[in-house]
Design a protein around this ligand. Structure first.
Ligand code: CMX
Length: 134
């Protein structure tokens, strides 16, 4: 596989988005530049830029959201790691042929109009992995 170009973002599951935004802004001194709901993922997201990488806070918008399930099982914390890649369309079949379990067989639209696909944490040493392309 062609190596990712950077860590695009780190996804962090939180119970309450506005409480968490307040920590990132008022304690760490970062600026929340966007809040966006991703309806099909049942999450509300908030974004911060840190150098070239983003922090994406994730709050569940329903009890059956992947983020609600994650918090119920593991508590708040790092939820996924997202790599920026080129050629996502062709990477997915390549990864599948190498035995990596795909959550998304085809790229779909994520936050910030990115094309994204998730890899199952069981195939990626316990880290839910997102590949994204602008
Ligand atoms: N990181 C690491 N492991 C995780 C995980 C995560 N975020 N979420 C679940 N797991 C583990 C569980 O602990 C469990 O492990 P065990 O079998 O050892 O107990 C296993 O994966 C299955 O977990 P589950 O609770 O049964 O949950 P599901 O199988 O229903 O779903 C997953 C897990 C990863 C397939 C699902 O959460 C998913 O499809 N995620 C991708 C989409 C997503 O997370 N969207 C929200 C963010 C959207 C965005 O950023 O825009």
């Amino acid at each position: 596989m062609k190596a990712p170009t950077k860590i695009e973002h780190i996804g962090i599951a939180v119970k309450n988005l506005s409480d968490a935004i307040s920590y990132y802004e008022n304690v760490l001194g970062l600026t929340c530049y966007a809040v966006e709901e991703v309806a099909d993922q049942k999450v509300k997201t908030a974004f911060f830029m840190v150098g070239e990488t983003k922090i994406e806070l994730l709050e569940a918008t329903s009890d059956d959201s992947p983020v609600a399930k994650f918090i119920a099982k593991k508590g708040e914390g790092i939820h996924h790691l997202a790599f920026a890649v080129n050629g996502l369309d062709s990477l997915l079949p390549e990864l599948k042929s190498r035995g990596i379990e795909l959550i998304d067989e085809q790229p779909r639209k994520g936050a910030e109009e990115m094309n994204i696909a998730f890899l199952h944490p069981k195939s990626t040493f316990g880290v839910l992995t997102e590949l994204c392309e602008k």
